[in-house]
Write a protein that binds this ligand. Sequence first.
Ligand SMILES: Cc1cc2nc3c(=O)[nH]c(=O)nc-3n(C[C@H](O)[C@H](O)[C@H](O)COP(=O)(O)OP(=O)(O)OC[C@H]3O[C@@H](n4cnc5c(N)ncnc54)[C@H](O)[C@@H]3O)c2cc1C
Length: 428
Amino acid sequence: MQSSNGMQDVVIIGGGPAGSTLGSYLSMAGIKNMIFDSANHPRPHVGESLVTSTTRVLKEIGFLETMEREGFVKKYGAAWHPPEKRGEFDIAFREFAQPGIDQDYTYHVDRGKLDLLLLKHAEKLGSKVYQGAHAKEVIFKDGYPQGVQFEIGGQAVTIPCKMVVDASGRGTFLGRQLNLKKKDPIFNQYAVHAWFKDVDRGAGESADYIHIYFLKVNRGWIWQIPITDKITSVGVVAERDVFKESKLDPDGWFKSLLNSTPEIARAMQNAERINEFKSEGDYSYSMEKFCGNGFLMVGDAARFVDPIFSSGVSVAMYSAKYASERIRLAFATGDFSEATFKPYEDKVRGGVNIWYEFIRLYYKLLPSFTYFISHKEYRVQVLQLLQGEVYDRAEVEVLEEMRKFIQKVENAPEGNIFKKALSDIYVN
Ligand SMILES: Cc1cc2nc3c(=O)[nH]c(=O)nc-3n(C[C@H](O)[C@H](O)[C@H](O)COP(=O)(O)OP(=O)(O)OC[C@H]3O[C@@H](n4cnc5c(N)ncnc54)[C@H](O)[C@@H]3O)c2cc1C
C-alpha cells in the first residue's frame, strides 16, 4: 500500500474535522498520510453544534468513546422561536430513529477542543501531523500533483506525494490556486458571534437544545448554542446588506438585533461576554469541481452552504468518509485519474444540494418550514433532513411539497397572510 522513494501516499492540507476524519479513515485502510495545518491547535473555530448523522462517522473511526469521555454537551433536539410572539416549536431527535445510530442525541462542541482531539486521534491511528505548516502551492507536473510546498518555521519545504487532498476549510487553498471557486448566486450572509456566561437557557432537556430565533430582517436569525453548562455561544446572522445599511460596528449590530427579539433579549439580560466578538462573511460558495487527476477537496474546501441547519461538520466528515473510499480504490487499481474520484464528487454534491435546497426554501418562506415541521405526515421527513440524512437520495418528497406550497402563496391574491413573508430568493 505504500509508495516508493519514501514518498507520502496522501498529503492532506488542513487539520479540521474534514482533514482529521480523512486521515483516520486512510490510516485505518493502511494508506500513509500526512496532515498539515497552518494553525497550532487548539485554535478557536465557528461551527459548534453537530447534527446526529455525524455519530455514524464518529463511531466508524472509533472516536465516539472520546466524545462521551470528554463530556461535550449532549444535544437532544432543536427549537425555533418566531420573532414576534413568545413560545417555540421544537423537535426531539428521538422522534426519528436513524439506521446505524443508537443514541438519541448528538453534541454541542467547543471546536478548539474537538478539533485538537480529532487531530490527535488521527495521529494515534497513523497520520503524521504537522502544525504551524502553511501550504503555499500544490506542484503539478503532466497534469498530476507531484507534491506540496509548505512554509514551516519560515522555511520552504516541499513534500512529494502521490495524491493531495485539500481540507483547508474556507481558506479554499487549492480551489483558489486552480481558480475553481464560485461565489454563491443567492447568499451573502454575515455573522457576528461570541461566548457568554449567565445566559438564561431555560429549564429541562430543551435548555441544551440549539435555539434559533428568527429575526425580522432579511434572512436573519440568532443562534444559542450551549458550549458547557456555564458557557453559551450566541451569534447573529443576516444578509450582509442588513449589516451595511445599519451603519453600526459589529458589536453594535449584534446588540441591536439581539434587543429587537424579546425572547433572546430576555435570555441575555444578565449575560456577560467572555471573549471577543468575531465576524464571518462571504461564506457561501462552491468549487466548480471537487476533484481532478490526483486531487480531491473535502469539507468546506469543496463547498460551503449557509449554516442555519448546522450541516457543516457533518458534510466535512461525510465528504472525508466518501473521499477515503475512492482513494482506497485509486491505490488498489493504480488509477489516480479524475474518473476514479468523480463518483465521490457526485455523491457529495448530491447530498449538499439537498441541504442547499432545504435552506433556500426555508429562507424563501419561513412559514412553509413551520407548516411542514408541524405537519403530521411530513414532520418525519423534515426531521430526516435536519438530522443529516441527505446522501444517495434522488427525490425528497417534502422539498417538492414545500416548493408547491410556495408557488401557491406566490399565485395567491394580495392579502394572503403568507404573501408578505415571501423573500426574494429565486426558487424554481
Ligand atoms: C457563521 C457560521 C456558523 C456555523 N455554524 C455551524 C454549526 O453550528 N454546526 C456545524 O456543523 N457547522 C457550522 N458551521 C460550519 C463549520 O464551521 C464548517 O463547515 C467546518 O468547520 C468545516 O470543517 P473543515 O474541516 O472542512 O474546515 P475547518 O474546520 O475550517 O478546518 C480547516 C483547517 O485548515 C487549515 N488551513 C487553512 N488553510 C491552510 C493552508 N494553506 N495550509 C495548511 N492549513 C490550512 C486551518 O487552519 C483549519 O484548521 C458554521 C460556519 C459559519 C461560517
